[in-house]
Design a protein around this ligand. Structure first.
Ligand code: HEM
Length: 400
């Protein structure tokens, strides 16, 4: 039996030694009856692409919180996310949502990201000191999504709280009854808000993502209002916590490696490579979950029908079989035959990967240009969130 603790402050501060131990000694390990954790890149890649593995969110909810919990508004809404669907429903939703999303081309996304980054830095400039997680990393992706959806600025703050409450339903460790209540209130608030907006955009369509989703069609097929509402909320959730935490992780990682930071500051054309390496080295999403639709052998074990496997993307991205010196942060890493998988793989590969990269490149570019004196405090002992699915910092106290 391996001596591992996936729920201690030491683990959250630095999970990578535990991941290394698991990859070497128990690459598919049983966390509890019916729940497995896969840590090697090749297994992760295979499971993500294997159609015998799928999603069964409500079964997991019933197991953890009891049969009646599946009727809670938060779980019901989340179950309509394409992220939690299997083919053919997933294929249908993904095709329609991608159609609307792909209308937004890279230059327009970059322009939005630059405009919102500029505004946030303008507001912070004269303060000379701030917690960049709270004052910058969290508001930025919400502002960008609000701009894409053409939603008022004053809604940002409420959405921030609501997404943080709702995203908890994805936690590996069961959440409390109070947290479930808060997630329910958030789901209901989102639902009311977006139903109203859908009504208004049907009457006065624009070039925003909600109008595009209302118009998206494939043959005779269109999205229903409930599908649009749930998947707009998904864009908030999927595009918000992930990107916000990734901005913090990227900044901390660069400041912890001053020689790499210097390299980047002297040559900002390295930004796409630097972002890639940050996503590999300290990604903000460490877990993707799948359920076996039938008995499947993976390595030395058999995952039985109905059992869950957590794919540890954070561990896969540091697998020494795939990446040379995986614990070294190198923005000029030689070309890798196997790509890092911060955005997952297979049919659920992140729909917002292009937007996330654009946001990260824009943020680093503009922060380094406009705040050349930027320094991070607490580099050695930062406070990491006590969560495993999402990896991110509680705060990032900074000066400039
Ligand atoms: C650094 C930022 C991001 C990271 C690390 C990330 C990571 C991921 C991962 C790992 C998945 C796959 C989950 C699975 O297989 O179960 C995923 C799916 C998804 N992501 Fe992202 N994401 C990021 C940003 C975004 C953004 C900005 C958006 C959109 C605004 C977005 C929208 C989505 C959607 C809609 C899915 C579900 C796709 C599907 O089920 O077909 N993500 N993301």
């Amino acid at each position: 039996m391996l001596d591992i603790d996936l729920n201690s402050p030491a683990f959250f501060a630095d999970p990578y030694p535990v991941y290394a131990k698991l990859r070497a000694a128990a690459p598919i390990c049983q966390l509890m009856p019916g729940i497995w954790l896969a840590t090697r890149y090749r297994d992760a890649d295979r499971i993500l692409r294997d159609l015998r593995f799928g999603k069964d969110f409500l079964a997991g909810v019933a197991r953890r919180y009891g049969k009646n919990a599946v009727d809670e508004p938060a779980f019901r809404m989340v179950n309509r996310f394409m992220l939690l669907m299997n083919p053919p429903e997933h294929t249908r939703l993904r095709t329609l949502v991608s159609k609307a999303f792909s209308v937004k081309q890279a230059p327009e996304l970059r322009h939005l990201a630059q405009r919102e980054t500029q505004r946030l830095i303008d507001g912070l400039y004269d303060l000379h000191r701030a917690d960049l997680v709270k004052a910058f990393a969290y508001p930025l992706p919400v502002r960008v999504i609000c701009a894409l959806l053409d939603i008022q600025l004053e809604d940002h703050l409420r959405f921030l709280e609501d997404t943080q409450a709702l995203v908890k339903v994805f936690e590996l460790n069961p959440i409390s009854a109070t947290e479930i209540d808060a997630a329910n209130r958030a789901a209901q608030a989102f639902e009311r808000h977006f139903r109203e907006i859908c009504r208004e955009r049907r009457k006065n369509p624009g070039n925003d993502l909600i109008s595009l989703l209302l118009q998206a069609e494939e043959g005779e097929d269109r999205l229903s209002e409930d599908e649009i509402i749930a998947n707009v909320v998904l864009l908030f959730l999927a595009g918000h916590e992930t990107t916000a935490n990734m901005i913090g992780n990227a900044l901390l990682t660069l400041f912890r490696h001053p020689e790499q930071l210097d390299l980047l500051r002297k040559d900002l054309s390295l930004l796409p490579q630097a972002v890639n390496e940050c996503l590999r080295y300290e990604s903000s999403v460490h877990i993707a979950a799948r359920v076996a639709m039938e008995d499947v052998g993976v390595g030395a074990v058999t995952i039985r029908r109905g059992e869950t496997v957590y794919i540890n993307l954070g561990a896969a991205n540091r697998d020494p079989e795939i990446f040379s010196a995986p614990d070294r942060f190198q923005i000029r890493r030689p070309a890798m035959p196997n790509k890092p998988m911060p955005f997952g793989g297979g049919m659920h590969y992140c729909l917002g990967a292009r937007l996330a990269r654009i946001e990260l490149e824009t943020v680093l570019d503009m922060l380094f240009r406009r705040l050349p004196e930027l320094r991070i405090e607490d580099i050695d002992n930062p406070t990491w969130k006590p969560t495993m699915t999402i990896r991110g910092l509680e705060r990032l106290q900074s000066r400039w």
